[in-house]
Every structure is written in structure tokens, then in C-alpha cells.
Design a protein around this ligand. Structure first.
Ligand code: LCS
Length: 393
């Protein structure tokens, strides 16, 4: 099937084919650790790369390969690679590109464990990093160093929902020859395609919208063929944070409904955000679809819709925030996001608890900040639950 001729919704179901040698509608699940060789010479040829074919599932597996082809097409990139978690994907990319003595420039705000990984890279391997407001050209230029090997960005940023103008960052990065990596977890390729905006590498926690049902932990990377091959043969093969064939199978299933799920997440979030904004106990909402959001213009420019996440501060303390979570009945208190169920969490004590207080406050994560991942339930029921919890403050 031609990649260019089909719409996203069709590609999410068909791109890369079915990987089925005997016509099954759904892709076969190759739940196998290894692959047999007809002869010893064939084994030698496969290891030598002279003959194409599978060897061992840490190196490649047909179910996993189909997912990698599909995500690459959906992101508009050349090739994809899969991992056992979003963090395995992030760390494989960061360690593939950097060595001791290098520097990474990051967005002012990152998922807590990505922050933790960067800390570890600094302490154990002398790979340094700095944070920058990525919408401020002067600041980026002042923080780039001769040894900067990578610009690493989340947009929207977890959990503050600040956005970064990717084309502007790309312009600066290209002038300096530095690759740009974007964590596209909050958008999925249905809402934002960083590679088509000039970015070099996309990483995903596929645990979220791509899986969509709260039953898989997984990660994906998309980029140029040469780069993907480099990661596949180094930090993936030898560190070994691979995705299981069954998880790839579940993700292929998840991708089929990504467009319809995302539309519903977005519609529900829009309704909930407009109601939250008017609530007397809410201080501020952080939702990219809010016309008063400071990055609303960036959302209109690079995202097809504002997404399914809303963060908000309440007029109250940490204890008040925790009490709101405790009063909820339908909405589940849980980290993760992008699931069918509406999930709520308190970033300062949960997803970003590892970030020291000063850095956390620099990122905008205050004790009265709550993050809501709006699910696929009827928005009226989500609101009823949230409203009763907020009203009793
Ligand atoms: N990148 C982003 C933006 C994330 O939000 C997460 C996880 C990861 C990478 C790591 O992915 P994982 O290894 O968990 O698949 N974010 C979480 C969150 O906000 N709540 O729980 C996990």
C-alpha cells in the first residue's frame, strides 16, 4: 500500500500489511524467543548479515517488526524501533547519541523519570544537561555548548502542558547541526508529527495513547534508517530493553482505534476543561485548547487537536488537592495517562516526586497542581464526579 495515498485512519489499521503468511485478518503473534536455522551454514549467513531472516527475538521478531513499520509510517519517519517501556526507549536514544563529556539541552520540564535518567547520566557517566525555555531563541543559543549533542523536548510538557514551537527549535538546531528529539507521548502521531516539522527523532511511551487500554508498558522510537539501525545494534541489542511480541500485538490492536479514541479523548477534554475553568475552587487550568493558554497559538500551528490531558491548580493546599482525589468515585487515582478510564494524579507527590523541590517549582509543578487524563466515559459522568469532589473543598 502506498504510504502517501492513504489517510491516517486507514494507515493506523493497514500500514505495513498484516505480517500474515496465511491470510489471518489480525497479525499473527510470534510468541517465540528464537528462530531455527535449516543448516549451520544458514545460521552463519544470518549472523554475518549475508542472508536476511530472523535469529533471536531480542534482535527482531515479525510481530514486533510490523509494529515498528506501522509507527514509522504514522509518524512520517523512515524506520521505527520498539522497547519494553517508554524509559527503555528514551534511555536507548540518549545513550546511543552521547558519550562521557557530552551535553544535552532539554526543555524546561520533563517526565520525572526522564529527569532522573539525566541526573544519573550526569553523576555516573559525566554526560551533562541543562534546561532551557525552548520558546526563547536567545536562551537556547546561550545554553548550547560546543559539546551539545542533542536537544531533547517534550511538548506538551508533562504535567504543566506548556508547548514548544518545534519548527522554531528545529531552525536553531539545524543551524548548529544538532539533532532534535521529541517525546510525542502526550499527542501520539494522530495529533502531532514532529518529524514532518523537521525534528530528527521521536520517542514514545506507547504505554499511553498508542496502547490506549492500560494493559501494556512499552516504548517506541522513530527516526532515520541509519540512526534506527545504530540504536538497534547498540543500546537496544546489547542493553536489551526489548518489547515482547505479545505487547507488540496489543499495540497493533491499540493503533487501529487510535484516531477514534483520540477524537473522543479530545472532545471530552474540551468539555471538562471549559467546566473546570468556570469552577469557583479552580485557580488556573493548563489545557492547550484554552484560548487563554499562553501557547494556544503553538497548539493551533502544530497540533491537529489539543489532546486529552488537563492540568489545573486549585485554590488550596497540597492537602486540599489530596482530599479532592480521595473524594472521587468514578475517576481513578493513578499515574499513567491515555487510557479508556479517566485517571487523576498529584504530580508533586507522584510522577514528579523524584524531582527536587526547587527544580519542580522551576518547572511549574506546585503542590496545588492536579493532572487529569480524560478518558472515554461519558463526559457528563466524568464532570459529575469531578464537580462533587471540587464542590466539597
Ligand atoms: N515520556 C513521557 C512523556 C511520559 O509521560 C512517560 C511516562 C515516559 C516517557 C516513560 O514511559 P514508560 O516507561 O512509563 O512507558 N509517564 C507517566 C506518567 O505521566 N504517569 O505515569 C507514567
Amino acid at each position: 500500500m502506498s504510504k502517501e495515498s492513504k489517510h491516517f485512519d486507514t494507515l493506523a489499521i493497514h500500514a505495513g500489511g498484516s505480517a500474515s503468511p496465511d491470510g489471518s485478518l489480525t497479525p499473527p503473534l510470534y510468541q517465540t524467543s528464537t528462530f531455527t536455522f535449516e543448516t549451520a551454514e544458514q545460521g552463519e549467513a544470518r549472523f554475518a548479515g549475508i542472508e536476511e531472516g530472523y535469529i533471536y527475538s531480542r534482535l527482531g521478531n515479525p510481530t514486533v517488526k510490523l509494529l515498528e513499520e506501522r509507527i514509522a509510517i504514522l509518524e512520517g519517519g523512515e524506520a521505527g524501533l520498539s522497547f519494553g517501556s517508554g524509559m527503555a526507549a528514551v534511555s536507548a536514544v540518549l545513550f546511543a547519541v552521547t558519550k562521557s563529556g557530552d551535553h544535552i539541552l532539554c526543555s524546561q520540564g520533563l517526565y520525572g523519570c526522564t529527569f532522573g535518567l539525566l541526573q544519573m547520566m550526569k553523576e555516573k557517566y559525566n554526560i551533562e544537561h541543562d534546561f532551557s525555555d525552548m520558546n526563547e531563541e536567545e536562551e537556547i543559543l546561550s545554553k548550547l555548548k560546543p559539546n551539545t549533542k542533542l536537544i531533547y523536548i517534550e511538548t506538551p510538557i508533562n504535567p504543566t502542558m506548556k508547548l514548544i514551537d518545534l519548527q522554531k527549535v528545529v531552525q536553531i538546531a539545524k543551524s548548529k547541526g544538532i539533532p532534535v528529539v521529541v517525546d510525542n507521548t502526550f499527542c501520539s502521531p494522530y495529533l502531532q508529527k514532529p518529524i514532518t516539522l523537521g525534528c530528527d527523532i521521536v520517542v514514545h511511551s506507547a504505554t499511553k495513547y498508542i496502547g490506549g487500554h492500560g494493559d501494556v508498558i512499552a516504548g517506541l522510537v522513530v527516526g532515520k534508517k541509519e540512526f534506527i539501525q545504530q540504536v538497534a545494534m547498540t543500546t537496544k541489542k546489547d542493553i536489551g530493553g526489548i518489547m515482547s511480541p505479545f505487547d507488540a500485538w496489543l499495540l497493533l490492536r491499540g493503533l487501529k482505534t487510535l484516531p477514534v479514541r483520540m477524537d473522543r479523548h479530545c472532545d471530552n477534554a474540551e468539555k471538562i476543561a471549559s467546566l473546570l475553568k468556570k469552577h469557583k475552587n479552580i485557580e488556573q487550568i493548563f489545557y492547550p485548547g484554552d484560548t487563554e493558554h499562553s501557547n494556544y497559538g503553538i497548539m493551533k500551528k502544530q497540533m491537529s487537536k489539543p489532546g486529552g490531558l488537563i492540568s489545573f491548580t486549585i485554590k488550596g493546599s497540597k492537602k486540599d488537592a489530596q482530599n479532592i482525589l480521595n473524594r472521587l468515585q468514578l475517576i481513578k487515582i493513578a499515574v499513567s495517562l491515555g487510557d479508556t478510564e479517566t485517571l487523576i494524579q498529584h504530580p508533586a507527590t507522584m510522577t514528579h516526586a523524584v524531582v527536587p523541590e526547587e527544580s519542580r517549582l522551576d518547572m511549574g509543578i506546585t503542590d496545588n497542581l492536579i493532572r487529569l487524563s480524560v478518558g472515554l466515559e461519558a463526559w457528563e459522568d466524568i464532570w459529575e464526579d469531578l464537580n462533587q469532589a471540587l464542590n466539597r473543598m
